[in-house]
Design a protein around this ligand. Structure first.
Ligand SMILES: CC(C)(COP(=O)(O)OP(=O)(O)OC[C@H]1O[C@@H](n2cnc3c(N)ncnc32)[C@H](O)[C@@H]1OP(=O)(O)O)[C@@H](O)C(=O)NCCC(=O)NCCS
Length: 179
């Protein structure tokens, strides 16, 4: 099992028992606002949340990676971070995503989780590249990608929503190929 350890956190692959933490996080108004949802429109549909969990568990089974749930040394839930297959304009990509419990924002947790997931993706899984995308006005998310050494590539529109796309190539893999 791919357990990811960081200075302050332990990340475990998503499991059935994570439903409550996952659900609380994704219906928080502050988290929804970051994804462009209007205040007061928080989805409280547990069925949709169960479907989301099932899809993400299936992604783990099919690809051997997905969402890790990160907890501190006392076992308290801090946030989730993961990598997922994603198609953009016909190109197959693997996308990095992260959400931190709002009470803990600006403590460096997203960067800490992201660094562990990127290292695993490049060293253990040997993926050639990762992308990240977010709304242009999501400055914390853009900053996290920059701190993880992703570079801005372009702005794209999907379902009428503008997003900025960042990419980081796996430098180790490129070196191996050229040697
Ligand atoms: C984006 C998110 C994960 C960041 O989590 P976090 O743990 O607070 O991130 P970190 O503390 O590791 O780093 C955040 C960086 O953004 C900066 N930042 C935070 N708020 C900011 C703002 N309003 N404007 C500019 N920069 C900001 C921080 O200062 C920090 O950079 P620094 O270390 O150079 O000072 C968190 O805000 C979140 O969960 N948002 C909702 C979900 C989301 O947007 N996920 C990404 C979707 S693509």
């Amino acid at each position: 099992m791919s357990v990811l350890m960081t200075t302050r956190l332990r990340g475990l692959p998503l499991s059935e028992t994570d439903f409550d933490d996952l659900y609380d996080l994704t219906r928080d108004e502050r988290v929804l606002a970051a994804f462009g949802a209007e205040p007061g429109t928080a989805a409280e549909d547990a069925r949709e949340a169960h479907e989301f969990l099932d899809r993400k568990l299936a992604h783990w089974r099919q690809h051997g990676f997905g969402i890790w749930m990160f907890r501190d040394h006392d076992g308290a839930f801090v946030g989730r971070c993961g990598i997922h297959h994603w198609t953009l304009d016909g190109s197959e990509e693997v996308e990095l995503g992260y959400i931190v419990r709002p009470e803990l924002w600006r403590s460096g947790y997203a960067t800490e989780m992201g660094a562990a997931v990127v290292a695993h993706a490049f060293s253990a899984l040997r993926l050639p590249a990762l992308v990240g995308f977010t709304r242009p006005d999501n400055l914390p998310s853009r900053r996290v990608l920059e701190k993880l050494a992703f570079e801005y590539e372009r702005t794209f529109v999907s379902h009428g929503e503008e997003s900025v796309l960042y990419r980081r190539n796996n430098a180790e893999r490129r070196q191996e190929r050229s040697s």
